[in-house]
Design a protein around this ligand. Structure first.
Ligand code: GKE
Length: 351
């Protein structure tokens, strides 16, 4: 598939901003659409056509899609565990975005439609053990028992991609992202995921001189984290494939406990902290890792950036952002707001 023009829906978000830069560097004509005002986009690329529109609405979604070979749907209301556990209804409304974009892709004959799904589609029963070896295979999404709210929306939307491909010949491709991190992502405000949150907390402990850190859960829960450049490589491979169209894992298989993630961040920050475990905080599943057998078989590749390397770059970026924003003072972090008033914060997916 040779893309000449692309629209990135949710391109004001973390992954979308990086994807836009990447496609532009390849000489592709890029349209970026996001519901947030451009002042809140993570990256704004002046060479792209930048549009603020709410793709929950049919007309806006159709206009977004019109005229592009490839549609990337990264738009949804999302965040880390602190957000999705308390905003289930809001997360489910994103079903409108994918529905309208798929209908638009059908109407205007898009040559490719990429949908950013999530490891949150996997059956919760398979993620009960805090083990690094909790490798999830693609078939583990069924029988369906995904993450409540956010995961159900993702699973339904995956399914809709399948039926639009089978019934209406919209050439859909679906990746299941496993917790993506890197510079130009959310690091405060309530939607941040563990890698950015832990980096920020280590930075705050250093700045405040209070050498303690709050960790959600008991720190034994396991995850794998995918660096943004691997995510981009995988998006291209999956989108451009002529043969593979089923949902496929896109994640790192380097599993760690959250305690090990904290070890790494402490090491990067050059500090050791007293750990306070908050057992009442949002925790999500006990164990989750990406089984990469299929992606290796289909593409002869899997995400391979070491967590230590990616986290170091992320930590440095967050440190700079923190200093720029708060000038070395420690900010009081507030939890993410709950409810419809955060609708306008819809942002790029993943995870
Ligand atoms: N966000 C956050 N902030 N998580 C923390 C913190 C903290 O300060 N301290 C410990 N954790 C723990 C959480 O309790 C959870 O057990 C683990 O780190 C990972 O949290 P996360 O990064 O917020 O999100 P999850 O991996 O549980 O879930 C995410 O999965 C992705 C797919 O793999 C989801 O939030 C989705 O954004 C996404 O689809």
């Amino acid at each position: 598939m040779n893309t000449r023009s692309a629209v990135i829906c949710g391109g004001g978000g973390f992954i979308g901003g990086h994807l836009a830069a990447d496609l532009l560097s390849k000489g592709i004509k890029v349209r970026v659409v996001d519901v947030k005002p451009t002042s809140e986009w993570y990256q704004v690329h002046p060479e792209a056509e930048n549009i603020v529109a709410d793709m929950n609405l049919r007309d806006a979604a159709f206009a977004a899609v019109k005229g592009s070979d490839t549609v990337y749907n990264l738009a949804c209301n999302m965040g880390g565990m602190g957000f999705i556990e308390t905003n289930k209804g809001l997360c489910m409304i994103s079903v409108l975005i994918n529905t309208h974009l798929l209908m638009g892709a059908r109407e205007y004959g898009a040559k490719r439609f990429f949908y950013a799904s999530s490891a949150c589609v996997y059956n919760g029963d398979k993620q009960q053990e805090s083990k690094i070896e909790t490798f999830l295979k693609e078939e583990d999404a069924y029988p369906a028992m995904p993450e409540d709210g956010y995961g159900w929306e993702k699973l339904f939307s995956e399914r809709m991609c399948r039926h639009f491909r089978e019934d209406f010949k919209v050439p859909t491709r679906v990746a299941r992202f496993h917790n993506v991190y890197g510079p130009f992502g959310t690091w405060e405000g309530g939607r941040e995921k563990a890698p950015a949150a832990i980096c920020r907390k280590v930075i705050e402990a250093k700045l405040s001189g209070k050498h303690e850190i709050e960790i959600w859960g008991d720190g034994q829960q396991t995850r794998s984290f995918m660096y943004i450049t691997d995510c981009l490589k995988g998006i291209h491979k999956i989108t451009d494939s002529e043969t593979w169209h089923e949902p496929i894992n896109l994640g790192s298989a380097e599993g760690v406990t959250i305690n090990q993630l904290v070890d790494l961040a402490e090491d990067i920050g050059g500090i050791k902290l007293k750990r306070n475990y908050n057992l009442n905080a949002p925790k999500g599943v006990n164990g989750r890792n990406s089984d990469n057998t299929l992606i290796n078989k289909v593409f002869g590749w899997e995400p391979d950036t070491r967590l230590r390397d990616g986290l170091e770059k992320t930590y440095k970026w967050i440190y700079q952002e923190y200093m720029e924003k708060y000038g070395g003072k420690v900010a009081v972090q507030k939890p993410a707001p709950i409810g419809a008033h955060v609708r306008e914060k819809a942002t790029a997916g993943a995870r």
